[in-house]
Design a binder for this molecule. Structure first.
Ligand code: AMP
Ligand code: TRP
Length: 328
């Protein structure tokens, strides 16, 4: 029997899940369930590398799991759990840390950005090592992420190779799966900056759980330019190009076709079409979210963690043995 390729990805439970997360990564998580073995993780240990409030965090963890379930992550088909509840992630991270040159970590752009904003700590510095451990723990082949994770993925591949060269073939070399159109959705208030969960300006992002009237308002007030021709040009027309990316990812039509369709109708009609498409995309997610209760989510995550521990341990014994520890 041919074994199916394995997919792994993670989402930090930090606040607002937005359309960038969805179109850049999460939509693919859901679709991959049809043809791959899928393992998805709410990476709460990654989230505590920046300052946070424990009470908010507790709510955000459950909310993130609930949004993913509402999107269609199906615990019958995917392994789905909280990273902190499967201790093998942290164990493998330590082991991989011993083979990570600090020079490599010093080059990580996301570390530099976050350290500038939130201050540095060892966890933030070794964040990409824990991410590599997440992926390598299950021998994942494919990792659906947005463009901002490219460098981290390269590091995970590099660590897998280093490990294999030194200790024998234990890990698969994972590949990033980064979508063509929507890998980098830009802020609605500044289309030259990435849409970011940590942006305090909520107008800059459409949230997956925003009600239709809010989505409508946010898209209508998205910053564009004053030349009213809809065409794709990331440099000259970053705002319009971003909206074309969003519309393309929601409808499946190419940005070229859509630009042709809306070229001369003015920005009003174009923005309305984008808002309508986003509202339609998110309506079933909101509905499913409202139907789920927190106790049910907690139960699903608990079961997911128990299954994941068993699976992770099955791989981890090979790592221990390879490096000269005991299998136990
Ligand atoms: P995070 O919120 O950092 O846990 O990101 C979750 C996923 O969303 C990751 O795969 C990111 O690469 C992806 N992502 C985050 N922001 C964006 C964006 N603006 N456009 C596309 N993908 C994004
Ligand atoms: N660093 C990723 C992000 O910020 C989240 C993440 C943690 C992840 N571990 C992962 C993504 C493993 C893919 C695979 O988006």
């Amino acid at each position: 029997m041919e074994t199916r390729k394995k997919v792994f990805s993670g989402l930090q439970p930090t606040g607002n899940i937005h359309i960038g997360n969805y179109l850049g990564a999460l939509k693919n998580w859901v679709n991959f369930q049809d043809s791959y073995e899928t393992v998805y993780c709410v990476v709460d240990l990654h989230a505590i590398t920046v300052p946070y409030d424990p009470a908010e965090f507790k709510k955000d963890r459950i909310a993130a799991a609930k949004v993913l379930l509402a999107m269609g992550i199906d615990p019958q088909r995917s392994m789905f759990y909280f990273q902190s509840q499967v201790p093998q992630h942290a164990e493998l991270s330590w082991i991989l840390g011993t083979m990570t040159p600090t020079g490599v970590l010093n080059r990580m752009t996301q570390f530099k950005e976050k350290a500038d904003k939130a201050g540095s700590n060892l966890g933030l510095y070794s964040y990409p090592v824990l991410m590599a451990a997440d992926i390598l723990l299950y021998n994942a082949d494919l990792v659906p992420v947005g463009d901002d994770q490219r460098q981290h993925l390269e590091m995970a591949r590099d660590l897998a190779e280093r490990f294999n060269n030194r200790f024998g073939e234990v890990f698969h070399i994972p590949e990033a799966y980064i979508p063509e159109v929507s890998a980098r959705i830009m802020s609605l208030s500044d289309p030259t900056a990435k849409m970011s969960k940590s942006d305090p300006n909520l107008k800059s992002m459409v949230l997956v759980l925003d009600p239709p009237d809010v989505i409508n308002k946010k898209i209508k007030s998205a910053v564009t330019d004053s030349d009213p021709v809809v065409r794709y040009d990331r440099t000259v027309k970053p705002g319009i190009s971003n909206l074309l990316d969003i519309l393309s990812a929601c409808t499946g039509s190419s940005t070229d076709v859509l630009a042709g369709e809306y070229a001369t109708g003015g920005y009003g009609a174009f923005k309305q079409a984008v808002a309508d498409a986003v509202i339609e995309e998110f309506a079933p997610i909101r509905l499913a979210y409202d139907r789920l209760d927190d106790a049910e989510v907690a139960r699903i995550m608990h079961k997911g963690a128990l299954d994941a521990r068993t699976a992770a341990e099955g791989y981890q014994v090979k790592v221990r043995e390879a490096i000269g520890l005991e299998r136990i």
